[in-house]
Design a binder for this molecule. Structure first.
Ligand code: SF4
Length: 83
C-alpha cells in the first residue's frame, strides 16, 4: 500500500521555526509529535478529526486532499518520519 494513502492530515512549511504547539493541545489522540524543525502528524494514529486545522496560528495544517501543491513535498516528509 502506498504510504501517502494513509496520510489524513499533514503539517507543512509555515510550522518550521514556529512550532506553536496549539495543534498538540487540541489533538484528541495526541498524535502530533516534535519532528525536529517542525511538528509532524503520525499517519497511523491520526483519526482525521480536523481539530488541529483551525487551531494552527500559521495555517500550516491541511487535510491531504487540500494540501497546496507548493507544499506537496511535506506530505512525503510527514509520512517518512514515521516509517
Ligand atoms: Fe489530531 Fe485530529 Fe489533527 Fe489528526 S486531524 S492530527 S487526530 S487533531
Amino acid at each position: 500500500m502506498c504510504i501517502l494513502s494513509l496520510m489524513p492530515h499533514v503539517i507543512v512549511s509555515p510550522c518550521i521555526g514556529v512550532k506553536d504547539q496549539a495543534c498538540t493541545e487540541v489533538c484528541p489522540v495526541e498524535c502530533i509529535y516534535d519532528g525536529g524543525d517542525q511538528f509532524l502528524i503520525h499517519p497511523d494514529e491520526c483519526i482525521d478529526c480536523g481539530a488541529c486545522v483551525p487551531a494552527c496560528p500559521v495555517e500550516a495544517i491541511y487535510s491531504l486532499d487540500e494540501t497546496p501543491e507548493k507544499w506537496a513535498a511535506f506530505i512525503t516528509k510527514n509520512a517518512r518520519f514515521y516509517r
